[in-house]
Design a protein around this ligand. Structure first.
Ligand code: AMP
Ligand code: GLY
Length: 424
């Protein structure tokens, strides 16, 4: 098979690494891919959000399957346009991608289909926002309706700060994405993510994962795209996974189909779990980053036929997936300053040595190579150090042993990945 993989981050590196092991893969085109991903196929310089360019590339290359990593092109209708060319894609249509692209849509959808989630109200004016905030006990949770690159959520204990945040967002902080806000009740409990493959009708749950969103140790500092993660998520045991499937995922797939937007691709359910059961915090319509990295480490089955089955509606015929029982962990190394502005171009040494340590795979999230072969940092999140272990502590130790072999003074990482699960 010939596939085209869209994206250039650590998530896509991990997907490329896994897909490259498929016995049925003949050729991989990476759009745009990265210097580190070039070992898996041919990189073509088309940006992951350039829908017209991606459609043109697919029309030229005629891949048997397009696998799409990030959400922007999905929300902009890449899969719809590929369907017009009769090119199969692993990912949702624009209508189905609204589960991520509009939090207001998802909240209404949950209400229509009786899916447990935080109570909320969607507002479009300061007056409505302030009035609703005054009815809530706090902490206050405010979310931009549209895509805001993971930055569109504000949680604060102070009513005045919540009102100010509402006014800032409605005043255009995230452009059109914050023309509407979802204000919702604060949920407490244990957070975990479940990833579910879908073909529009059938669903196959993958394993769970837990992410560390804050930039610094002990969950301090600003929210980021994710500084590290581990799988499995202890709170998502078989029983809880079945409950999430029954109460959240199955009604979602049924509802999306009923509403004329069957969901194809990977549904990423962000969950809050307490003694009353699971509640949906949010949906994403793509793999998590860095969660995909640990999922790909643990998946033993061939990924390619499964993604193809999602795209062509035959997921029910796919044999059960096999997973490595051992936990996997992933530590993200980022350029100092992330998630704020960062300098690009600092030198990274010792990667070969680090990659050679026991059980370690290094996925590149934002690097490039200069003409001498020297690796350089090329963004905020730069490297994902992943490892497996007989238990989570061992997986994490392998990760940090590799981190310590990397010479990159301009980089940093959290030193407490997995600690939450280890101390429970
Ligand atoms: P989201 O982008 O919706 O996943 O929100 C980002 C993060 O904010 C989540 O991963 C949670 O840690 C937190 N969060 C979002 N909504 C709530 C809520 N209703 N109650 C408590 N925490 C929340
Ligand atoms: N790691 C969180 C995300 O991919 O959205």
């Amino acid at each position: 098979m010939k596939i085209m993989l869209v994206g250039n981050g650590g998530r896509e590196h991990a997907l490329a690494w896994k897909l490259s092991q498929s016995p049925i893969l003949r050729e991989m085109i990476l759009a745009p891919g990265s210097d580190a991903m070039a070992v898996y196929g041919r990189c073509v310089a088309v940006a992951a959000d350039d829908v017209a360019g991606l459609v043109q590339l697919a029309a030229l290359e005629q891949p048997d399957l397009v696998v799409i990593g990030p959400e922007v092109a999905l929300a902009a209708g890449l899969v719809d346009q590929l369907a017009e060319l009769e090119i199969l894609a692993f990912g949702p249509s624009a209508a189905a991608a609204k589960l991520e692209a509009s939090k207001a849509f998802t909240k209404d959808f949950c209400q229509r289909h009786n899916i447990p989630t935080a109570r909320s109200k969607t507002v479009a004016t300061d007056m409505a926002a302030h009035a609703y905030l005054e009815t809530l006990p706090g902490p206050y949770v405010l979310k931009a309706d549209g895509l805001a690159a993971g930055k569109g959520v504000v949680i604060t204990d102070e009513l005045a700060a919540a009102k100010q945040a509402a006014s800032d967002m409605l005043g255009g902080q995230f452009g059109a994405a914050s023309a509407k806000l979802v204000i919702e009740e604060f949920l407490s409990g244990e957070e975990a993510s479940l990833f579910v493959l879908c073909d529009g009708t059938s669903a196959v749950p993958l394993v769970g994962a837990q992410d560390h969103k804050r930039a610094f140790d002990d969950d301090q500092g600003p929210n980021t795209g994710g500084m590290g993660c581990y799988s499995p998520a202890p709170v998502l045991d078989a029983l809880m996974t079945a409950k999430v499937m029954d109460e959240i995922i199955t009604p979602t797939l049924r509802g999306m189909k009923q509403e004329g937007a069957p969901f194809v691709g990977v549904l990423y359910a962000g969950l809050m779990i307490d003694q009353t059961g699971p509640k949906l915090i949010e949906y994403n319509v793509r793999f998590g980053d860095p969660e995909a990295q640990v999922l790909m480490r643990r998946l033993q089955s061939d990924l390619l036929p499964v993604l193809l089955a999602c795209a062509n509606g035959s997921l029910a015929d796919v044999p059960a997936l096999h997973w490595d029982e051992r936990p996997a962990a992933c530590v993200v190394m980022a350029t100092k300053g992330y998630p704020g502005k960062v300098e690009k171009g600092s030198k990274i040494s010792g990667l070969e040595r680090a990659a050679a340590t026991s059980n370690v795979e290094i996925f590149h999230a934002g690097t490039k190579q200069d003409e001498t072969g020297q690796w350089l940092a090329n963004g905020g999140r730069v490297l994902n150090i992943s490892a497996m272990g007989d238990d989570l502590a061992e997986a994490v130790n392998h990760c940090y042993a590799a981190v310590d072999l990397i010479d990159w003074p301009e980089g940093f990482c959290r030193r407490d990945i997995g600690r939450r699960a280890l101390t429970n």
